[in-house]
Design a protein around this ligand. Sequence first.
Ligand code: PLP
Length: 415
Amino acid sequence: MSKNMVADHAIRPVENDTIFTISAKASEAVEKYGPDKVINSSMGVLLEDNGDFVAFKSVYDYLESLEAPKIAAYASIEGDKDFLKAVKKACFKDHMPNAYIEAVATPGGSGAIHHSVFNYTNIGDTVITSSLYWDPYNTICLESGRKLDTYNMFNENGGLDIDAFKEKFNYYLTKQKRLLTIFNTPAHNPTGYSVSDEEWDEILVVLKEAAKDKDNKIIVLVDIAYIDFCDEKFNRRKFMEKFAGLDENILILIAFSASKGYTMYGLRNGALLCVTSKEEIAKEFFYTNLHSNRGTWSNGTKGAMRVLTDIINDENLGNNFIKERDHYVKMLRRRADVFLQKSEEVGLKLYPYKDGFFVCIPCKDPAKAADLLMEENVFVIPLQTGLRFALCAVGEEKCALAPKIIKEVLSKWDE
Ligand SMILES: Cc1ncc(COP(=O)(O)O)c(C=O)c1O
């Protein structure tokens, strides 16, 4: 008989989350040696070059101006009506596919991922994603009695390994007849990779071929948590138009998060959206996820929904917000540019970076490398096959210094 008080499915390792543990160690080092001596690239939150937390003034001034009932009242279970309209605009901007689209509010992107796993796979099913991935995908699958498997992420040309994806996809679809695939793009966590429009075409060829068997249920979740930190000039939403006119047994889900794009991390605001060519499937999506909201966290954060809605709909508020966010998109780009340039100078290899909060350094023993780097007061996150460096949390000057330190540590034993 089990000695645990928790039920069998709820037995978990008695340890803290890696990111929060490393971040606590970085804070201790700051106390001991001073902030100038420490490079803390552990947390995926945006900080100023001087280390101050970035909370958009345009968001928080407006939140503070709201009358209490606009924050304190319950939101509708599925999300307030005008929020659901606004979030569609915020998600697709000028690239709304010509299809049936519905949305349900969730607490951040995490809630959207939870509902996708829970409502679109059967208990015991396997969900697939790329070999480098955000670890909570695994936690969310385990939480719901599902499993996660991966395919090799990059081919030798530094592009998405479509062949590896196709093999895993066909394997599980044949076995399960229903498969949820998660793509975290653009600005993938942890590599910063963005799937190109041409690669999306190739993915869609694989999906459409599989959709010829009408017993197959093909569900693709696009996790766009970092999309709003892609520079507009790269047009990173264009792929969304490709989701028009798909077979009825292909369902596209999109996990929208206001955590990064609106600096609402702690306000827990987001949505799950669907794109389908069949009206009944959109309706089914709406009611299933509405009931799931009721059965999990009930309703979302009303004040956060109000702020996002008004930013999207009010020209003045919206313009101020866009101007402010743009300043930080550029700040992040400068950090990425200098990190990439210095890495090239010292010969530090990186996984292909395109946009966003993180870069990732391939490495054979990430846990050991992260430990050794801590001795140099550089705090990175060890992941499946690499070290994640959070550009979002490190000022430009330190982004220029870090590649040399990392290269020196890795050269001693990892190459
Ligand atoms: C890849 C990825 N997806 C989704 C999320 C969801 O975040 P939230 O639940 O705060 O919106 C995060 C946050 O770190 C993330 O890194």
